[in-house]
Design a protein around this ligand. Structure first.
Ligand SMILES: NC(=O)c1ccc[n+]([C@@H]2O[C@H](COP(=O)([O-])OP(=O)(O)OC[C@H]3O[C@@H](n4cnc5c(N)ncnc54)[C@H](OP(=O)(O)O)[C@@H]3O)[C@@H](O)[C@H]2O)c1
Length: 309
């Protein structure tokens, strides 16, 4: 099968498009014929050596959609022919014609959208869902500031928060303002020309997907007891106590039950994945270069095979 692997950590040139043997499903696993693979910043961070010590060579990618080709011993939740989407574990590989994953990391894909759109969901959708609901406990009527609202995580977070009934404020550059309003932002702050910390205050939740200064200035815009969730920054000791708030760094869990919940909301037409770039699997290098620019809107997806329908 064709796959994108790395033999060493480094720049986009270390990505190799090559033929390798198909994997086989073990007990409790499913073998997926991949139709599309989502691209996430964690992919180029891993490629760059952000997690040294990972075994090489390694197939890149974590997010897939496709069709169950075979199931391992004892696996009963899926059957060959099921159309599914999954967040696979590091090294199992999404950028490939076939991959295996534990069935607990997969769910039936949304029926109302295609494979390419579904491949945009797993990591970014779960990150947004777990940050807002599992960690911060966002509720209807509360206010949330989403930093990086136009990105992969942000576009899901804006829509989930609006769906929940929250008041949603997003930060982005001005080119994304109208777009963010169209997907549910009540307000958009242009981070290049405005200081969010001078505009908003007393918020229930901040979701930070940017880090650095953005993270540091977010403490004081929360109300007492508010929640700061960051997908990138670790929480300095003593800071939540200093500001009288709660805080946590997200570690996204590959939760198939939550993927099923997200699929249901998509099929109710409440939210939709935002895919702005689709490239063939062989162009993974270009996909990484685009993602590394840090200014893509929504998601980049690699098409691995033609849609079978
Ligand atoms: N901890 C976890 O489990 C976990 C899970 C998922 C993601 N993450 C991390 O979360 C981060 C975001 O992921 P992602 O997939 O959303 O990334 P992404 O899609 O690459 O984000 C790109 C977006 O960031 C916006 N942006 C860049 N600088 C900004 C700033 N200073 N203020 C506001 N917006 C800014 C850009 O908007 P403009 O073009 O308008 O500037 C662009 O739309 C990544 O570092 C990723 O690795 C962590």
């Amino acid at each position: 099968m064709k796959a994108i692997r790395i033999y060493e950590f480094g720049g986009p040139d270390v990505l190799r498009y090559e033929d390798i043997p198909e994997p086989q499903p073990g007990p409790g696993e499913i073998l997926i014929r991949v139709i599309a693979a989502g691209v996430n910043p964690i992919d180029w961070k891993i490629r760059s050596g952000y997690m040294p010590g990972l075994p090489l060579p390694m197939i890149m990618g974590l997010d897939v959609t496709g069709i169950v080709e075979a199931v391992g011993q004892g696996e009963t939740s899926f059957q060959p022919g099921d159309e599914i989407f999954a967040k696979v574990s590091i090294g199992q590989g999404g950028y490939a014609e076939y991959t295996v994953t534990s069935s607990t990391q997969a769910a039936k894909k949304p029926r109302s959208i295609g494979f390419v759109e579904s491949a945009a969901i797993p990591t970014a959708g779960l990150a947004a869902w777990q940050s807002l609901f599992d960690i911060a406990g966002l509720e209807s009527g509360q206010s949330v500031l989403i930093h990086g609202a136009a990105g992969g995580v942000g576009t899901f977070a804006v829509q989930f928060a609006k769906w929940k009934g929250a008041y949603v404020i997003g930060t982005a550059s001005s080119k994304n303002a109208e777009f963010l309003k169209s997907i549910g932002s009540d307000e958009v702050i242009d981070y290049r020309n405005q200081r969010f910390e001078e505009i908003v205050s007393n918020l229930d939740v901040v979701l930070d997907t940017i880090g650095g200064d953005t993270f540091e200035k977010s403490w004081k815009v929360l109300k007492p007891g508010g929640f700061l969730v960051s997908t990138v920054a670790s929480i300095p000791e003593g800071m939540p106590q200093k500001y009288g708030v709660r805080a946590k760094t997200l570690m996204t869990q590959a939760d198939g039950r939550e993927l099923a919940q997200i699929a249901a909301i998509i099929d109710e037409q409440k939210i939709k994945p935002i895919v702005t770039t689709v490239l063939p699997l062989a162009d993974a290098k270009k996909a990484h270069e685009m993602s590394e620019s840090r200014h893509t809107r929504g998601k980049i997806v690699l098409r691995v095979a033609e849609d079978p329908r």
